[in-house]
Design a protein around this ligand. Structure first.
Ligand SMILES: [Fe+2]
Ligand SMILES: [Fe+2]
Length: 375
């Protein structure tokens, strides 16, 4: 069989990565890869886990829904979609306002890294496992994420940069998470990814004149992939009721909800020019994405966060201010820089605790978790 020449047509993650890396020849982009290599609390990380424990999952309790979902993913409705076509417009990178260009490139690199982070984790699970249900699911998800990352790289390439995916796989630091933390974090990041992409897509449908780059036209099919991935994790969570019912695990779920929501808030508020160019009020956007995500996660999580509580937004803003202080202190260096950095970290921790202790809304989880992308 011929190897696909573009990641959009790849059947596996490996093919997609090879196709992307083959596109570039001698062009290097150390800067973009350097950004993608960063590991801070706010940048996308690469994860590793106990693959044997994950391989032992028995999907029998959710078999019916599982087979339907896998069949949909196998049918591959988005094959060939993640590639530039006649709908792609010329982008005037040189004429773009420098502040917007910088923030947009940062957005693309961080999105590419996040997509690829899913790819490496899923690909590794596929490689290590022997459970046919699990390995097939992870191979299908890795395929999708590699296409997504490849497509973002296509966009970056026009600006003369790209993230070196092969290099990243080998060199970026991996963070270990127990399988149950992988389920919570990955389920949430797939669903919040859906909510983010669809919210921007719907906004630009109503305000097409604000669409300053063609990649946003691809967001609908894109978010449907993320939605399916989230569905798969919802089913995985359903295979073991303890994961969402014990007192301790409910606390973990609250922790992950709080951490994922506040990280997104801080990150997005650091890109004011990008959001202004889209005509998106970043505070409205954050709350809207949280609202959609909360609604969706009721399919499997027994709690949702009270995002209208009076302590919610002021403390997210405090976390954001603290993260600016930490970044400035880091750049400054020296003893004063270190003191300011510790102060900033303490402020962020206090604000996080203030948000984490807001009483959550309880939710009666339905017996059958399956949902359709409805936004
Ligand atoms: Fe993705
Ligand atoms: Fe995904």
């Amino acid at each position: 069989m011929n190897k696909p020449t573009h990641s959009a047509f790849a059947n596996t993650a490996e093919e997609a990565i090879a196709a992307q890396d083959a596109l570039d020849g001698p062009m290097t982009s150390e800067k973009a890869t350097e950004v993608a290599m960063q590991n801070t609390l706010l940048t996308p990380r690469f994860y590793t886990t106990d693959f044997d424990e994950m391989d032992a999952i028995d999907v029998t309790p959710v078999r019916k829904d599982w087979d339907i979902l896998i069949e949909q993913m196998r049918a591959d409705p988005n094959k060939g979609h993640f590639k530039k076509n006649e709908d792609w417009d010329d982008v005037d990178w040189d004429g773009m306002e420098p502040a917007l260009k910088a923030e947009f490139i940062d957005f693309l690199i961080s999105s590419c890294t996040a997509e690829f982070s899913g790819c490496v984790l899923y690909k590794e699970m596929k490689r290590r496992g022997s459970n046919k249900d699990i390995t097939e699911l992870f191979q299908l998800m890795a395929r999708d994420e590699a296409r997504h990352a490849g497509f973002i790289n296509d966009a970056l390439r026009e600006a003369g940069i790209r993230v070196n995916l092969g290099f990243l796989t080998q060199q970026k630091k991996y963070t270990y998470f127990r399988p149950k933390f992988i389920y919570y974090a990955t389920y949430l990041s797939e669903k919040i990814g859906y909510a983010r992409y669809i919210t921007i897509f719907r906004h630009l449908e109503e305000n097409p004149e604000m669409r300053f780059h063609p990649i946003f036209k691809w967001f609908r099919e894109w978010c449907n992939d993320e939605f399916s991935h989230g569905e798969a994790f919802a089913l995985l969570l359903k295979t073991d009721p303890k994961l969402t019912t014990s007192f301790q695990n409910k606390l973990w779920i609250k922790f992950f909800l709080t951490a994922v929501y506040s990280t997104m808030w801080v990150r997005d508020h650091q890109r004011p020019v990008f959001h202004e160019a889209l005509g998106v009020d970043v505070t409205w956007y954050g709350q809207e994405v949280f609202r959609k995500t909360s609604e969706i996660t009721k399919q499997v999580f027994p709690i949702t966060l009270d995002i209208d509580h009076p302590r919610w937004r002021p403390n997210l803003d405090r976390m954001e201010a603290a993260s600016r202080q930490v970044a400035a202190a880091k750049a400054r260096g020296g003893v004063m820089g270190m003191i300011s950095r510790i102060g900033g970290m303490a402020k962020a921790a206090t604000a996080f605790a203030a948000v984490f202790t807001i009483p959550a809304h309880k939710n009666a989880v339905p017996a059958n978790p399956r949902l359709k992308p409805a936004y």
